[in-house]
Design a protein around this ligand. Structure first.
Ligand code: TXA
Ligand code: MG
Length: 351
């Protein structure tokens, strides 16, 4: 299949005529990749089971991993869900449109192909003007996982989408690089207490300010073993994975740098290609390996924004090993460390 490419002139105020063809493809059951404020999504009509199945085929995604349904305004929520719990109303008022997904009891019109066989449905209202307007023009709710091949780092540019999905989908909309860079926060509001299933830019601190206590699913912070069954099925797969072996080093910044330098030099002496993830603050401590600053610790948002692109860059250079500094687990740091520790298969060294 030939994948069409459309570049949006002004992603903050996209013209309807630029998005109309994409909206028609969605209405016709086709697949369109589009920018959101978090990562690029691969969209299809969420109410069309065969369109949803095409998403799984294009991504190589396991069919028990449910899709997030994207809406453009509050009126589009009620038909998709059996009930809007009070906590959901409060979170929607505070954070929609924006990088928050909520899990609701599913209405019957949502096919099980979209919900991965669950009787719940995850819904999000993106704030990206391109995403929001595209959904409104399509006049259907849009199921959209991240637009990467399953298991690869999520795409933060249209170029990343092309690397993974060119020839497998109908259209790619280029709206420039995304602003946030990690996927939306997911909160399950179906139970008595709200539960955080995936950390994102709407932080735990922001959620508790609105709701009081919020539980954290154990799969957010630790490996999924025999006794941990994540409530977001996607969290059980080895996600966000670079091809290289990634190790995270935790401890005093100077000691971390020394240990990474030592291991990098040893690996390079054996002819291996090594990527090093440091920060603006520590860049000068490193000389060995392919050293990249992921951003500034004083501006954690830059770290979130650069994470997936950096993992892809190391893939492209053929890195065998990646050594990374560790980050705070507060605020958006919870999302950064959730993605990074998963990518590392929880391989963390204390120094
Ligand atoms: O920021 C985002 O949410 C991006 C953009 C495109 O909107 N989308 C995204 O989709 O990250 P995806 O498919 O890569 O991740 C969806 C996650 C998976 O971990 C999945 O298991 C979980 O959401 N999920 C979806 N429906 C669910 C449900 N009914 N209950 C629990 N978890 C659900
Ligand atoms: Mg994904």
């Amino acid at each position: 299949m030939e994948t069409e490419w459309i570049s949006i002139r002004d992603a903050d105020a996209p013209a309807d005529d630029e998005l109309m063809r994409a909206a028609e493809i969605l209405r016709g059951g086709g697949l369109v990749a589009f920018p959101t404020e978090t990562v690029y999504g691969l969209g299809a009509d969420a109410l069309d089971a065969s369109a949803a199945k095409r998403i799984y085929a294009a991504k190589g995604r396991p069919s028990d991993n449910p899709l997030i349904v994207h809406i453009s305004c509050m009126e589009e929520l009620a038909p998709l869900v059996k009930d809007i719990p009070q906590a959901a109303g409060k979170l929607a008022a505070a954070f929609w449109p924006g990088p928050l997904t909520m899990v609701f009891p599913k209405a019957d019109i949502v096919p099980t192909a979209t919900s991965g066989g669950l009787d719940t449905v995850a819904v999000r209202m993106p704030s990206s003007p391109v995403a929001n307007r595209l959904i409104a023009l399509a006049k259907v709710p849009v199921a959209a996982p991240s637009a990467n091949i399953s298991g690869r780092p999520s795409p933060t540019t249209a170029g990343h989408v092309r690397e993974d999905l060119d020839g497998r989908i109908d259209m790619i909309i280029d709206g420039g690089p995304v602003g946030i860079g990690v996927e939306s926060t997911i909160v399950d509001v179906t139970g008595e207490k709200p539960v955080l299933l995936r950390p994102g830019a709407i932080t735990m601190e922001m959620l508790t300010e609105i709701l009081g206590e919020v539980y954290t699913d154990p799969a957010v912070t630790g490996p999924v073993g025999a006794d941990v069954h994540p409530r977001a099925p996607g969290m059980k797969y080895r996600h966000y994975a670079p091809r290289a072996d990634l190790t995270i080093f935790e401890g005093d910044a100077g000691r971390v740098a020394d240990e990474i330098e030592r291991r990098t030099a040893a690996a390079e002496a054996e002819g291996r290609c090594v990527g090093v993830i440091c920060t603006d603050e520590t860049r000068d401590l490193y000389s060995a390996g392919n050293v990249r600053s992921i951003g500034s610790r004083a501006d954690e948002e830059t770290i979130a924004r650069n994470l997936f692109a950096l993992l892809r860059e190391f893939d492209d250079m053929g890195a065998d090993l990646i050594f990374s500094e560790s980050f705070d687990r507060e605020r958006i740091g919870a999302a950064i460390m959730n993605r990074l520790t998963k990518a590392a298969g929880y391989n963390i060294v204390q120094v």
